[in-house]
Design a protein around this ligand. Structure first.
Ligand SMILES: *Cc1c(COP(=O)(O)O)cnc(C)c1O
Length: 455
């Protein structure tokens, strides 16, 4: 009868050549911890379930498995075959080649992050994206923080804490992920003065609201992920700005997605553009770096120098500041717009502009490779809280595996994971959001999952 005395000691185990390899590859402390964990499991199995002690090769194999589990990163690249371009759950914008290069260059060594190369003295982190933002958007200054939720919180905290902010009831929105305008307002210490009604707000509502004492700011928030239809109206942004300025009150426009290109050129509804907010006279405009800008996660604030300065020196700015990788990435992405090459360089715009005929050819190639399924007409969406209900015509590979849920689960378990969607019990894959260089891996994983689903 085998017993626990057959279990080697830790010392004996480490002398086995295969185990020595693990020590070298994974480091001694972690490898020993894994070996102890495996020994514990073997003892418990023996004592409670009479499971015989495995041989040494099996023990070492289990140690390796344990090490791989511990070291497996939880954040991994996936293939997005959902057709949702700015998929928040899948990390929003993929980055352009030049943006990735700029981030790598900043990551590899030291940078002049807070060092002035001209004077040789301490410089300002805030200087880096500011000039590019000012030049691109025709404003006095720009400032970059961690994300747009942070940009809104910081702006309200710096300009309106213990003061009043006018917001229309049509704009008291929840963006998702816990961002609600009234809650952010409360958190900043600003007092929310609601005007208008849920569906309509008039210029006279703004005029009346501005009669209040101590109004520090008028905030206009983009509805983002929902749409008001039917009996609905809001004054033009320029009218709101003119009314606010008559009272000497600045206007903050929280644009959310902040497009710099016109989505209407690509068969979509028009998404409010940063340039339009600036032209309307807004004193500050804020938006995300990773929505329709197509860059890394960031919150971008642009506008008047004196207001940006108050924002920059507020204590919260330190807590919300972004790192060198973000600054390098944001600047590189913005350079594509400066050079008028955004639509050919920035992945999300390449996807938005992708001709239907090309998507159809890809879907047909996939179908032929798999020897199964059907190419059907369908819709892709922009996502990321922009352009709700807007759809782009696309071509989909539609598959009918016996168990759609099990099939999509198998795709999610593949390396790299493939994310598809199910509609009416069919598994749908949209080539719009799949990069050409991912197609090989996608087809390999798809074919494996398909073969397994037929078995
Ligand atoms: C998305 C959005 C935000 C939050 O931006 P993040 O970059 O996700 O923090 C804030 N306001 C509006 C109007 C938005 O659409």
């Amino acid at each position: 009868m085998p017993d626990l005395s057959l279990l080697p000691s830790l010392d004996q185990l480490t002398k086995a050549p295969k185990m020595a390899k693990l020590l070298e590859h994974y480091g001694r402390p972690l490898s020993l911890e894994a070996a102890r964990a495996v020994f514990d499991a073997i003892r418990a199995d023996y004592i409670h379930h009479n499971v015989p002690v495995p041989d040494q090769a099996e023990i070492i194999a289990r140690v390796k498995t344990q090490l791989d589990i511990w070291l497996k990163p939880s954040l991994v690249p996936v293939i997005n075959a959902t057709g949702v371009i700015l998929h928040t759950n899948l990390g929003r914008s993929p980055l352009s080649h030049e943006t990735r290069q700029a981030i790598t260059a900043a990551a590899e060594g030291y940078t002049n992050l807070e060092f002035n190369l001209t004077s040789g003295k301490r410089g300002k982190r805030a200087a880096h994206a500011s000039r590019t933002l000012a030049q691109l958007m025709g404003v006095e200054a720009g400032y970059v923080v961690n994300n747009n939720a942070g940009a809104v919180l910081l702006t309200l905290s710096a300009l309106a804490s213990r003061k009043k902010v006018l917001v229309s009831r049509t704009q008291l929105v929840e963006i998702g992920g816990g961002f609600r305008i009234p809650d952010v307002m409360r958190q900043s210490g600003a007092k929310l003065i609601e005007i208008g009604t849920t569906n309509r707000v008039h210029l006279y509502d703004y005029e009346a609201g501005l009669e209040n004492e101590d109004i520090a700011l008028v905030m206009v928030a983009h509805h983002s992920n929902f749409k008001l239809i039917g009996f609905h109206s809001e004054p033009d942004l320029a009218e709101i700005v003119a009314a606010a300025h008559r009272h000497g009150v600045p206007v903050l426009h929280d644009l959310g997605s902040g497009a710099l290109l016109d989505t209407a050129h690509y068969g979509l509804a028009h998404e409010p553009m940063v340039q339009e907010s600036v032209a309307a006279g807004c004193d500050l405009v804020c938006f995300s770096g990773d929505k329709l800008i197509g860059g890394p996660q960031a919150g971008i604030i642009i506008g008047r120098q004196n207001l940006i300065k108050r924002i920059r020196v507020h204590p919260l700015a330190r807590a919300l500041r972004c790192g060198k990788l973000t600054l390098a990435g944001v600047t590189a992405t913005l350079s594509h717009y400066l050079k008028d090459e955004a639509v050919s360089k920035i992945p999300i715009w390449i996807m938005i502009a992708k001709p239907l005929a090309d998507i159809q050819i890809t879907a047909e190639n996939w179908r032929q490779f798999l020897g199964a399924g059907e190419v059907i007409a369908g819709c892709s969406t922009v996502g990321g809280g922009s352009l709700p209900t807007e759809e782009m015509p696309t071509s989909l590979l539609a598959l009918d595996p016996p168990k759609p849920e099990a099939f999509t689960a198998a795709l999610r378990n593949a390396h790299p994971p493939v994310i598809a969607r199910i509609e009416d019990d069919r598994v749908l894959l949209d080539p719009r959001t799949v990069f050409p260089e991912q197609e090989g891996a996608l087809l390999r994983n798809l074919a494996d999952a398909w073969a397994a689903a037929q078995a």
